[in-house]
Structure formats: C-alpha cells, structure tokens
Design a protein around this ligand. Structure first.
Ligand SMILES: [Zn+2]
Length: 73
C-alpha cells in the first residue's frame, strides 16, 4: 500500500514538472529571432533588442558601413 502511494506521488510530481509552462516570451532578438524571456540579459542598440554581443556585431556588419581592409595595402 505504501508503495502505491509513493508511485502515485511520483507520478503527480512528474506531471507537475512536465506541465509547468515556459516563461513567456517578452521580445525576440532583432537579429537572429531568439526568444528572450523575463530576466534574460540583452543588448540594446539604436532601439533594437539583441540577444548577445555576437548579434550586435552581426547587425553592425550587415547594416552599418563596416568595411574590411588589409593593413599596409
Ligand atoms: Zn540574437
């Protein structure tokens, strides 16, 4: 009998854990579309919300006048 109670409890915990919804998405990264939730850290630039420094760099490379050169040529 005790065993039945224990498995019932475990099943309930299991169901509870698997049915907790994810934190709501507050905003998406303007560069890669990653979902950002409450408490996540983000980078803002020129009114955009970006999920990481990498996305900031990608945005600047795509949208700003960033050029590449070889030093000395
Ligand atoms: Zn991103």
């Amino acid at each position: 009998m005790e065993w039945a109670i224990a498995t019932d409890w475990a099943a309930r915990v299991d169901k509870y854990v698997t049915t907790i919804p994810d934190a709501p998405v507050i905003v998406e990264c303007d560069q890669c579309g990653a979902e950002l939730h409450e408490g996540d850290e983000a980078v803002t630039y020129d009114g955009l919300v970006l999920c990481s420094d990498e996305c900031l760099v990608r945005y600047l490379r795509d949208c700003a006048a960033v050029d590449y050169m070889v030093i000395g040529e």
